[in-house]
Design a protein around this ligand. Sequence first.
Ligand code: URA
Length: 434
Amino acid sequence: MFPQHVIARKRDGQALSRDEITAFVRGATDGSWEDYQLTAMLMAIFLRGMNAEETAHYADAMMRSGVVADLSDVPGIKVDKHSTGGVGDKISIPLAPMVVACGVPVPMISGRGLGHSGGTLDKLEAIPGFRTDLSLSAYHAQVAKIGCALIGQTKDLAPADKKLYALRDVTATVECIPLICGSILSKKLAEGIDALVLDVKFGRGAFMKTRAEARQLAEALVRVGQAGGKQVRALLTAMEQPLGRAVGNALEVAESVACLKGAGPADVMEVTYALGSHMLILGGVARDEADARQRLERVVTNGTALAKFREIVIAQGGDPRVVDDPRHLPQAKFQVPLPAPRAGVVGDVDAMGVALAALRLGAGRAKASDAVDPAVGISTLVKIGERVKAGDSLAVIHANNATALADAQGMLAQAIVVGDTMPDPVPLIAETLV
Ligand code: URA
């Protein structure tokens, strides 16, 4: 099977067979396809698309390009959550311990931030000593022992995705639903889970800008995940303003700990409880959303969710004192409030503007090889609809460098609009696909 013949068939709009898709994916890992052939194929798929059957074969071939974890000896229905990424999206950190504390094992393999959205791994690594580079056998042992491991993608897991994602990133072929579906699901299906809850975000701070695009992606992810033998549900959630009041790695860990103590921002609690409810239902420990919500609230109130987080932090080498006192997290040299220019109502907090300010401070990475500064970012950010007086703090900027601080002040002042009219409320959770 010559690569150029397979590429030509997709170029001409034909559906590829399972064998052709397998040959392409294998070509990404064994070198039998050159990079220029892989990228020609990616562009052909980008332009011509793939039908549901092709997408399912693609996700399956990508999953099989590496090791597939087998957690069948761990009792219970194993459930994970995946978010398509947003600004201030730290939900995995409070969510996983809450769900485990309710009796559902959560094996979670997460990514690093790239571009404007932060990654769970970068946030967790802000905890001094916390290791996310566990081997698959250590991951397996930890899930068996304490019900949860929060780790990064190992080199053995879906290696074809690693190769193809890097090529997509530099050939303008990222924003393509079948390719995104194959990429996300190959990694999730290889984790050894039985069920998956997806948080597909839409809006200025998300990958998918409109609700219609997000729905299309969510439908494809649910269909392909189910074809892969997993129970899958998806929530569509808004990402116009940042989630919560903190953006930046250590600052988001502190906010996550507050959530585990029941004192997190209302929007973070709402999305965490909504995703957690579906995880408990799929995990077989809750009858319905009301029952699940009660169980989640109970483990927060009685402290078992926080205790589970402490257990995970200790198991992965982190400093458990951060659970009691966020001052044990890295602190930035400058912590400067941004004053409101006038009295009024917060009419807008542009998630993308806030993300770019955080990126300028060093909280994120513009390219995969950049290092992140765990201490910097933005905290106590106002939310749309809040009233402020002139001079009130709109946010506190945490910086380690005076020039970056000055730039971020300007960027944030543009991103936060104070006006006279109360904006219409936008529902945070727009739809649920089951
Ligand atoms: N996240 C992934 O893991 N893959 C994509 O293709 C897009 C987002």
